[in-house]
Structures are given as C-alpha cells and as structure tokens.
Design a protein around this ligand. Structure first.
Ligand code: ADP
Ligand code: TRP
Length: 332
C-alpha cells in the first residue's frame, strides 16, 4: 500500500523564496514519488489564530493555493484541499482534545514562547494568547491523524507538533485499541536556509523577504537591496561567502553555476552579479508568476479545484470519523 505523506501551509503572509526552497520545492518533489499518496492543504483555520482581517485572510488563503498550483502541483495526483472544507477534521479536533493533556499544550512552543516573552517584559502571561493558539497543536494532530498519515514533511520548528500528534494518537489508541497511525516527521536536512536581504534567515518576521512572485521590476529592486561588501569590482570574490551566489545557485543550471563561480574568483562587480542573479531568477519565475497571477484573478477556478480536492479528502475522512465515533461509543 502507498504511504501517505501530508503537509499544510498556513496562509499568514506572502510566500517568499525561503518558503519555496525550504518547504514547497521539496514537497513538490515528494508528490512525484510513486510510492507516496500526497495530501497537501491550505491550513486556513490555523491562520485564523493570527489573521483577523477578513479580506486579508481570504487573499492570503487564495495566495497559498495559487502558489502550489502555479509551481506545478498536480491536483489529479495529490489530494489538494482547504482545511476548512473538511468538517470531519474539526469534529476529530474535539475528540482529540479530550485526549490531550493540558500540560502538553502548555509546553507547545508557539504558546510557550508568547508566554515567556510576556513574562520577560513584566506583562500578564496570557496577554495576546487566544485559545486557537493554545489549541493549535490539537488541530494539527487532527489534520495529520484524520488521513492516517505516515510521513509529515515539515520545517524544524514543526517537529514538536508532529511529536504531539503522536502522543495524542497513543493516548487514544491505548484506550480504544489501534486506531491512529503514529506519524513520522521528515526534515529536509540538506536544504539550505536561504538568507534574506540583510543576510539573516529570510523570514516574514524579519521583513527581509523576496516574495516568490514579486513583479519583475520589483524583483530587480529587491535584488539590488541585497547587502554586499565594499570590495572594488575587479577584486576576486569568494562565491561561498556571497548571498548573491547562494541565491544564484538555486536558480541557475550547473553550467551557469560553474561559469559564475569563475567570474567571482576572477573578479565581478556586485552590480553585475546582481544583474546576472536577476536574469536567472526572473527566467525561472516568469512562467509560474504568470500562472499565479492568472489564478489569483479568477478565484472561482481555485475554489473549483479545492472543492474537488475536499471531496476526495472527505471520501477518506468521513468513513474514518464514523469508525472513530463508533469506537468512542456514539452509535449502537
Ligand atoms: P517565515 O519564517 O517566513 O514565517 P514559515 O515559518 O511560515 O516562514 O515557514 C514555512 C515553511 O518555509 C517552513 O517549512 C520553513 O522551514 C520554510 N522556510 C521559511 N523560511 C525559510 C528560509 N529562509 N530558508 C529555507 N526554508 C525556509
Ligand atoms: N503548523 C504548520 C506550520 O506552521 C502548518 C500545518 C498545519 C501543518 N497543519 C499541519 C503542517 C499538518 C503539517 C501537517 O507550518
């Protein structure tokens, strides 16, 4: 039987190059593996813990869906849906919450770091904490367990959440017998952490991102903003210490990379290096950007694709939820 691989991205900001390299590109690769049934979804209810502006929420949700599709996710092969379109997940969320020790939630990192930072600045410990944030890992456990997921590809920060899902599944299984599969996380150890405009990790939180689908003029402007040192144009440069080269490598062909390396070693002006970077990046992104913009201007197409995906998802979640409810004692 095929293994189930499942992951979600929450729509809390514009997708940037770091998200693409670190999460989306590897996930798209896994969706091609014959032995896997991939399920990818827009974790919109998770984003509701943070985004409370309706129009922004809607646009960001469409944005995540359009990004996956523009980059080549095939909704015929992968099950691709919106979390909020699968109500069984939320019913399971409640069942699981009755098997989730509160202490486990107290230790979950998103909640804990908020409490810690409140306390460090002498504020009320729970300031700004809503119950959605507190219960976040239980909903994530429901996402994962509902589809009998074997493998969850995630970033390092999500390891704890997958471990919590295993814990909750074990509590339930211990009481009612084997029901849920214990999921494993999969980390892309070899994927580089992409640096942002200021050299730190590219992240929404640092406001140093290059949005994946920035218009080409804007893309050029952002690339020009990348920090470089003050070496003169003719001085040899170390490609391995240059953010420009790190980014170049992600988008250029092996031949182009080898040639560019030589140019760095023999001396290339930063202006020139930026121009070359823009060229390979723009070349790579042009087509998906166009597809993305097309999709964003006809959200009904995105809705139709996601609706079909939700039907496929519910063909799995609906009977499984019945089975779970049966075990719990809801039916005669
Ligand atoms: P952000 O740091 O911008 O808030 P998220 O935490 O939403 O990004 O990350 C979504 C996914 O993208 C995660 O799997 C994360 O590991 C990956 N990711 C985020 N930033 C980078 C980066 N700079 N380089 C590589 N992967 C990244
Ligand atoms: N919590 C994940 C993140 O912040 C998103 C997510 C929600 C998820 N449900 C999931 C990831 C289930 C993997 C599996 O990135």
């Amino acid at each position: 039987m095929k293994k189930t691989i499942l992951t979600g991205i929450k729509p809390t900001g514009q997708v940037h190059l770091g998200n693409y390299m670190g999460a989306i590109k590897p996930a798209l690769g896994l969706a091609q593996v014959q032995d896997y049934q991939a399920a990818y979804f827009v974790a919109d209810y998770h984003a509701l813990t943070k985004t409370h502006d309706a129009e922004e929420f809607r646009q960001l949700s469409y944005g995540i869906a359009a990004t996956w599709l523009a980059l080549g996710l095939d909704p015929e092969k992968a099950i691709f849906y919106r979390q909020s379109d699968v109500p069984e997940i939320f019913e399971l969320n409640w069942v699981l919450s009755c098997f989730s020790p509160k202490g486990l939630m107290n230790r979950a990192h998103a909640y804990k770091s908020m409490v810690d930072s409140n306390q460090a600045s002498g504020k009320d410990a729970d300031l700004g904490v809503n119950m959605g944030l507190f219960n976040y890992p239980i909903l994530m456990a429901a996402d994962i367990l509902m589809f009998k997921t074997d493998i969850v590809p995630v970033g390092k920060d999500q390891i704890q959440h997958v471990e919590i899902a295993r814990d909750i599944a074990e509590h339930f299984n211990n009481n009612y017998g084997e029901t849920f599969i214990l999921p494993e996380y999969q980390i892309q150890e070899d994927t580089a952490v992409l640096p942002g405009l200021d050299g730190r990790k590219m992240s929404k939180s640092y406001h140093n991102t290059i949005p994946l689908f920035a218009e080409s003029k804007n893309l050029q402007k952002l690339i020009n903003k990348i920090k470089t040192d003050s070496l003169p144009p003719e001085a040899p440069k170390n490609p391995d210490e240059s953010i420009l080269f790190t980014l170049y490598k992600e988008f250029a062909s092996p031949d182009e990379i080898a040639q560019m390396k030589l140019q760095y070693l023999s001396g290339i002006g930063w202006g020139e290096a930026k121009k070359e970077l823009f060229n390979v990046m723009n070349n790579f992104l042009e087509e998906p950007r166009e597809k993305y913009n097309e999709l964003m201007s006809s959200p009904e197409r995105i809705d139709a694709i996601l609706k079909e995906g939700a039907e496929k998802a519910r063909a799995v979640s609906s009977p499984f939820l019945k089975e779970i409810k049966n075990k719990v004692g809801f039916y005669a």
